[in-house]
Design a protein around this ligand. Structure first.
Ligand SMILES: Cc1ncc(COP(=O)(O)O)c(C=O)c1O
Length: 396
């Protein structure tokens, strides 16, 4: 008997960032010296005060299923955090679901909201997994390409133009991967207006909320009275607390929709890992504040170095990211072709792995994404190698 893949699964591509990681490993196994700036992973260790309670939970035998929504004390802590940090009111009993990763959180949020044939507006550049998730659920991701010449500013006109009778939701990520932009008050107003006019659900991915620079303020859409009843907020522990491998996130939203979303969790993963939730509880405590501040200060120093160094390369222009840990330079002046071609050239000639901007949508075709969640000495070497390769290989 043959195993014929389902057309919908066959129709989506592999995650470009996961595929790049495989390529890094393949090259390293061949003994090649590769610097990987393609990942979205903090290079810091998870803080001890987070690790200890999880280890203790394991030793205490806290190793069984938990309620599908997550352990009550973690949901209470998330509700308190949402209230204090974000101005979002969510009942821990009914409005919050702890998920094994923000990725899964986004998936079940989408599953709870869209029906086959529904369209979801995805302003781009956008994180690589949104569109495949929507496709897997039978929906249609509608790319809303933002103009790089306007610094990828989101306008009501662009969103409105993309709306059809099938539009069900709009997905927004702030601070943004890959642009590093944060939604301005005007953009949030525009989005809220369009969502209200066309009765759209807002899916807000705020996973980088703590990683921001220059004293900028993070504004949660669900805190706005005009968005509260239509917004599902997705967040997680991976980025802020260097907990990528723990796989933990959460979704918060209005009671009626969360009642449906939780069923998707119940029938897929059941619940997030029990002992991991104990660690997450500690991550939300006061002890994390200095750890997060230190990590963000490091990212900021790296950001200033990397953006400064990239802008010194003739043919490269790079805006200052306001949040997250990615630089997205326009490399079209290098004479190496598209971002895709440039990324391939950089692996071959400089041994530096970056992500082609096209992975995030057509509006970033002339860009590549470099992660600065890597130590300063690696970033320094990477820039030296890129500069040397551009000089010696005569690419210009
Ligand atoms: C914008 C965005 N959302 C969600 C995620 C997923 O985070 P998690 O590790 O919790 O699945 C990522 C990870 O790269 C991301 O960049």
């Amino acid at each position: 008997m043959s195993t014929r893949p389902a057309p919908v699964a066959a129709s989506i591509g592999r995650s470009p960032t996961v595929a790049l990681l495989d390529e890094v490993q393949r090259r390293r196994a061949l003994g090649l010296d590769v610097l990987n700036l393609s990942g979205g992973e903090p290079d810091f260790a998870t803080p001890d005060h987070v690790v200890e309670p999880a280890v203790e939970a394991l030793r205490d035998g806290f190793t069984h299923y938990t309620p599908s929504r997550g352990i009550p004390e973690l949901r209470e802590a998330i509700a308190a955090k949402l209230h204090t940090d974000n101005g979002i009111e969510a009942d821990p009993g009914t409005d919050i679901i702890v998920t094994p990763s923000a990725k899964h959180g986004m998936f079940i949020a989408l599953a709870g909201v869209i029906a086959p044939g529904d369209e979801v507006l995805v302003p781009s550049p956008a994180w690589v997994s949104y569109a495949p998730m929507i496709t897997l659920l039978g929906g249609r991701a509608v790319d809303v390409p933002l103009d790089p010449r306007s610094g990828f500013t989101l306008t009501a006109e662009q969103l409105t133009e993309a709306v059809t009778p099938r539009t069900r939701a709009v997905l927004v990520n702030t601070p943004n991967n890959p642009t590093g932009r944060m939604l301005t008050a005007d953009e949030a107003d525009a989005l809220a207006r369009v969502a209200d006019r066309h009765d759209l659900v807002v899916l807000a991915d705020e996973i980088y909320e703590h990683i921001r620079y220059g004293g900028r303020t993070h504004r949660s859409l669900a805190a706005r009275p005009d968005c509260r009843e239509r917004t599902l907020t997705v967040n997680g522990f991976s980025k802020s607390y260097a907990m990528t491998g723990w796989r933990l996130g959460y979704v918060a939203g209005p009671t009626a929709v969360m009642r449906e979303v939780v069923k998707v969790q119940e029938h897929t993963v059941g619940c997030a890992s029990s002992f991991v939730q104990r660690g997450a509880l500690a991550a939300l405590g006061e002890a994390s504040r200095p750890c997060v501040d230190d990590m963000v200060a490091s990212y900021d120093a790296r950001r200033r170095f990397l953006v400064g160094a990239l802008n010194k390369i003739p043919g490269v222009t790079c805006d200052d990211p306001e949040g997250a840990f990615y630089a997205l330079p326009d490399i079209s002046g290098l004479g190496l072709g598209s971002g895709q071609e440039c990324a391939a050239w950089l692996i071959e000639h400089a041994g530096v792995v970056v992500t082609p901007g096209s992975a995030f949508g057509p509006s970033a075709e002339r860009h590549v994404r470099l992660s600065f969640a890597a130590p300063l000495d690696i970033l320094t070497t990477a820039v030296e190698r890129i500069t040397a390769a551009l000089r010696t290989e005569g690419a210009r």
